[in-house]
Ligand binder design. Structure first.
Ligand code: UD1
Length: 423
């Protein structure tokens, strides 16, 4: 097992590029299963979640092959309809197999995801939607067993905007008979990217980017060649935060600033100076003044992303005054708090609210990563802290960040991976 070792206090300098979005690629991978024709997706981040979904596609009997940020999927040999527990427990996006298998083959068996470190991960809204489209659902031995002769379009009203449930409904509705309307759909850019991909497959969708989506089911969908996924806004924000927390001057390329508006607004409020460069880049710093404590509350898009909450908290540990951070999406997403406290941060938790009282400096310590974005937050703190920080269980990071250590060291970070037992 690896641990990450950092020596903090160096201002990062240079140019760095964000990778393609993991969270956009996973639904698109599921969409490819709606066709018999092959698809290729480019700009795909080489991260573990993408490999895990490729494994799932292979278990289903089809083929997926990832090389040099390009993913080839040949879906026409599917003969299994079961997403097994071993895969679902490591990657909850496996639930995206439900919609396409059900719509195309009339049967899907997906292990119940259960809970995970950041909270319960319910799928009731996914099931409500496919039931409305005509599926029968049975729960057996920890699996959801969904069957349908032919899905039929329906009106689906979500009580809350769920990214995952919107994805599954879009996937299922694209091959259903007739029109499906989704009310209170998720507006996340990753959903819009999925809509763009489905349209390239021949699907008929209106209302992209809004909370009201309408899908007219097709009889058949085609494969798509060389579809480029959107940049990863969460990784981009993490790289920007690395520049900010180290008072560095860094240009981050391959970003979609229009999909990060609230994050940039909050950065401005915190006193960060930056320039958005046309064509998809942002130039940060250098910063001479202390960050100003700036409150956030996580909400569905266009609100502040839950996936940047931990990284924002890491920055705010060093800001002046108090910062109030409200986590409205996941009930247990403050596991980084105790680890940040080991580095000298002052944070109190009250239910879903964290109150961060900024300190002048952090000091390196041995800490433990608990999930993907918590890992990123600890790296950020380690980049700013005096002395050495060691982050154990750093394997969580590989789920969603492509070579983050190499990228950060290319702009001056003192960061490396070591074997846990090598010191
Ligand atoms: C959510 C985030 C996504 C993030 C991911 C991993 C939102 C809207 N979505 O996506 O940005 O990348 O976590 O951190 O911010 N829910 C139900 N029943 C369901 C499905 C969801 O009650 O069937 C609830 C969840 O408990 C949660 C909220 O709806 O409170 C949003 O969940 P959802 O968007 O579906 O989760 P993910 O797709 O995992």
């Amino acid at each position: 097992m690896k641990k990450m070792v950092l020596h903090g206090g160096r201002a990062l300098k240079g140019t760095i590029s964000a990778s393609g979005s993991k969270n956009a690629t996973l639904p698109i991978m599921a969409a490819t299963l709606l066709s018999d024709e092959p698809s290729t997706i480019t700009g795909v981040p080489m991260v573990r979640d993408i490999r895990t979904f490729s494994e799932l596609i292979k278990i289903l009997g089809a083929n997926a092959y990832l090389e040099s940020n390009m993913l080839h999927i040949q879906p026409d040999t599917i003969k299994n309809f079961r997403a097994p527990y071993d895969l679902v427990k490591t990657m909850r996006a496996s639930i995206y197999a439900l919609g396409p298998l059900l719509a195309k083959y009339g049967r899907a068996e997906v292990s119940m995801p259960g809970g995970c470190a950041i909270g319960l991960r319910p799928i009731d809204l996914h099931l409500m939607a496919v039931k409305k489209l005509g599926a029968q659902i049975e729960m057996k031995h920890g699996y959801v067993i969904a069957t349908a002769k032919k899905l039929r379009g329906a009106r689906i009203v979500f009580p809350k905007a769920s990214l995952g449930a919107t994805v599954n409904t879009l996937l299922a509705a694209s091959l259903a008979q007739g029109v499906t309307v989704i009310e209170n759909a998720s507006k996340e850019p990753e959903v819009t990217d999925l809509c763009n991909f489905l349209q390239a497959m021949g699907a008929v969708i209106s209302g992209k980017g809004t909370g009201l989506l309408s899908i007219t089911g097709s009889r058949k969908l085609n494969g798509v060649k060389n579809y480029k996924v959107i940049p990863d806004r969460i990784e981009a924000a993490t790289l920007i935060a690395a520049a900010v927390i180290t008072k560095g001057s860094v240009t981050v390329e391959n970003i979609r600033a229009d999909q990060m508006s609230l994050f940039f607004e909050k950065l401005r409020e915190a006193g960060v100076s930056f320039e958005i460069i046309k064509g998809g880049a942002v130039k940060i710093g250098p910063r001479r003044v202390r960050l100003k404590g700036t409150d956030i509350a996580t909400e569905p898009y266009p609100g502040f992303p839950t996936d940047i909450q931990a990284q924002w908290m890491a920055m705010m540990t060093l800001a002046s005054g108090d910062t109030i951070i409200k986590e409205n999406i996941w009930e247990n997403r403050f596991m980084h708090v105790l680890e940040l406290a080991r580095m000298g941060a002052q944070i109190k938790i009250d239910g879903n609210t964290a109150i961060v009282t900024g300190v002048k400096k952090l000091s390196g310590a041995s800490v433990m990563a608990s999930d993907l974005r918590a890992s990123a937050a600890l790296i950020l703190a380690g980049l700013a802290a005096a002395g050495e920080t060691q982050i154990r269980r750093i394997y969580h990071l590989d789920r969603g960040y492509e070579n983050l250590d190499t990228k950060l060291s290319a702009i001056g970070a003192d960061i490396r991976l070591e074997n846990e037992d090598s010191v």
